[in-house]
Design a protein around this ligand. Structure first.
Ligand code: AN7
Length: 347
């Protein structure tokens, strides 16, 4: 049977207005890929499965929450949806699908190129601010009382409801409970959602230990206080005061997991290792849990034979500039001859 999106698949587990017209791009049902070469390269000895959320319609996990948020907004009669975003929040695509308007508040100059192009092509009104994501979210909170607009940030609880469906899919695909679940943490909506999903699907008994990863320059939950001027190459998680921070801390505490941090250098190294050992291209934020896994292996936290699942939240094509910064010297042209090709390839 063809896949009809997460609302269609999990309607009995999602709060929806009766008779709501479902706004969907058939998000969800993303692959859960084994990654033995990555584990071996890191010196581990366990089974790793990667939930590749970059294969959603707008190329990030945000689509799961946005089908819910825009379906609700349309049911309420909203004509304009608005959100603050580090770029992935896919409101513009779902608003276009619904035939309503969208506006996106973004930190000026700190949005990955691919994300900017998506918002532009879907016709969103872009409001760059001279500030960071936390400032954008503050502004959104002030706008949430305007009656003309529906706020579709993750402070909107139906977003979390949609995102929890990834946990359902992981459990269904595996047919068993992973020992650990790894994922990046920015505004902390996703880890909150995954934990909700695992708790709902497994009301009693063993659940995965949740290991969430922040970037070292933007690690308020690890450092124990908001970070005023968060800095990291992983722009998607450049967030100093996460709206769902308490949800992340609860997930870590209740699952006997942890929230930890990795440096930009560790992120960039894991980003390349994942691409080169497994053929999976992600944006830098998604490499935070990959770098975290390396740290966890080195620390001896992952027992031999464990089953580890990990969310790769967004596709690498979102952020071509980061790749180009790692490979600044494009090769110069050679003559189109066998000799020249052999020489260039060292054959
Ligand atoms: C690829 O787009 O916050 O911890 O506004 O795009 O749920 O915030 C993006 C977040 C991880 C962090 N990976 O998830 C936004 C935005 C990617 C992301 C996160 C984001 P949360």
């Amino acid at each position: 049977m063809s896949w009809g999106g997460i609302i269609h698949a999990f309607r009995d587990r999602l709060p929806l207005p009766a008779n709501a017209k479902v706004i969907t791009l058939c998000e969800g049902n993303t692959p859960l890929l084994p990654a033995p070469r990555l584990v071996a390269a890191m010196g581990g000895d366990f089974d790793l499965r990667l939930k590749y959320e970059g294969l959603n319609p707008t190329a990030s996990f945000k689509d799961r929450g946005m089908t819910m948020a825009v379906t609700h907004a349309v049911a309420k009669g909203a004509k304009l949806v608005i959100c603050a975003s580090t770029g992935n929040t896919s409101a513009s695509a779902y608003a276009a699908r619904a035939g309503i308007s969208s506006a996106v508040i973004i930190p000026a100059g700190k949005i990955a190129l691919g994300k900017l192009t998506q918002a532009l092509i879907h016709g969103a009104k872009l409001l760059p601010i001279s500030g960071n994501f936390d400032d954008a979210l503050n502004l959104i909170r002030q706008m949430s009382n305007l009656k003309e607009v529906e706020v579709v940030n993750s402070i909107n609880p139906v977003r979390i409801e949609g995102q929890k469906t990834a946990s359902f899919e992981i459990l269904e695909t595996l047919g068993q409970t992973p020992d650990f679940h790894f994922l990046p943490v920015g505004n902390a909506g996703n880890i909150t959602a995954y934990w909700k999903g695992f708790c709902e699907a497994i009301p009693q008994g063993r659940r995965p230990r949740m290991f969430g990863w922040q970037a070292a320059g933007a690690a308020p939950l690890v450092d124990g206080h908001p970070v005023k001027d968060p800095q990291t190459i992983a722009t998607a998680i450049r967030i100093g005061n996460p709206a769902s921070g308490s949800g992340a801390l609860t997930a870590a505490k209740d699952s006997n997991g942890r929230i930890d941090k990795v440096t930009d250098q560790e992120i960039l190294s894991a980003y390349q290792l994942l691409a080169q050992t497994e053929g999976i291209f992600v944006e830098p934020a998604c490499a935070a849990p990959v770098a975290g896994l390396r740290k966890a292996i080195a620390a001896g936290w992952i027992p031999k034979g464990s089953l580890v699942s990990m969310t790769l939240t967004g596709h690498g094509l979102k952020d071509p500039d980061t790749v180009l910064s790692l490979f600044p010297n494009a090769p110069s042209p050679i003559a189109p001859t066998l000799d020249a090709a052999r020489k260039a390839l060292g054959l």
